[in-house]
Design a protein around this ligand. Sequence first.
Ligand SMILES: [Zn+2]
Length: 464
Amino acid sequence: MNRLTLPRPCVLVVFSFAVLGIWLSVAPASAQDPQRDALGVARVWEAEHIDYGPPALLDHARLLPRLDAAVKEGPGLYQMEKIGESLEGRSINHVWFGTGPMHVLLWSQMHGDEPTATSALLDILHILARHQADAPVQRLLQQLTIHVVPMLNPDGAERFQRRNAQGIDINRDALLLQTPEGMVLNALRNRLQPALGFNLHNQGWRTSAGKTKPASISLLAAAFDEARTETPGRLLAKRTCAVIRESVEALAPGQVARYDDEFEVRAFGDNVTKWGTPVVLIETGPYPGDAADKDLIKLNVVAILTALDALATGRVQGADAASYASLPINESNLFTVIIRNASIVPGTGIAPFTGDLALGSSRVVKPADAKGVRQAVQALRVEDLGDMRVFSTLDTVDATGLFAVANQGWKEGDVVQIADWKTFKSDRPLVVGASSDIALLRATGTGSYTVVRIVRLERPLGTS
Ligand SMILES: [Zn+2]
């Protein structure tokens, strides 16, 4: 995309400067109101963020001009350097700001198909630049030196895949250091010796906080040994997680979960903690609604800014690590859509049966078309069927009294004739793994049915 055609900030920008000057509390740490602060940051983000479209489409070529624009917005505030290259020669950049004694390092998109936090980091750079005269930002800059590495795995981002161009999971390369990207992160950490690290990822859309709620944000204070020994550094990471829990729950109650802190000997979070920089892992997960990606960027901005503010004010020292420990554990009990209580027509010559269709989903970037346009979609597929009552979902479709069948090119409102479902055969059978649209039909006469709803299994998120 050409720089001139970049989307503009929301129209509220100028207005928001006047009314949202205080967006984080300037009260002493003991008198702060974390919930109000979280909502204040969310309001600033809503008013001022730049809508760049779905994070999945932010590849390295699009990141660079946006990073440049963010850095230029804060002259004298931001410094940027190239700290290395990916295997395919894409730059890996380090932006830093502040003059405080406590160094904090945040890196995103170590997994190429986990892009939400990269967009959030860009938004944070814009917001801090615009508000650099505000007292809370001044406080950040005086107490902290903040280092940001957006998109550690640009080759993976290019392909929208987890691994780097060698096919290595960089997050399992902390010991062997065979990936240039892992080496770059390792070298930066060794040079900076930060007091705290933030390792920013996405998790699958099946992830639930306990049994019922989506795990929109999951946290981990990484362990550095099998015994999960608690040191002052790990305690700081746990307290930071407690701060993040409180701020995110102000916007998304019950949607924060915790990873089991089992030691993974090869992972960066665990080893960076071992090397002396305790690590907070933030994993972005599922969120309901059509604007889910935007809501998730907002949660990331709120989580990161309130955590940094709590470090700057010292409020983090009063946070209760038990609040992190009491988070529900991550489970995989969530589907994106469950079509409940349908007469399921497999379309394989098997008679219809009563049951639920459970649809999971993932973000997919389609290959560029002839004009070079790439499209991001939410791709759903049938992951389970039968009695799905024990699972929760972001969206329920009540199909009581309806037949569910792979759509045969019908539109909602069409009246179709089916002589006998038992002999009905489709070249797109409605079975586990199916990814074609599902039609819900109501019987309106002998052998006559009306299409009452088409459930789309591919939902466009945007193009670039
Ligand atoms: Zn990841």
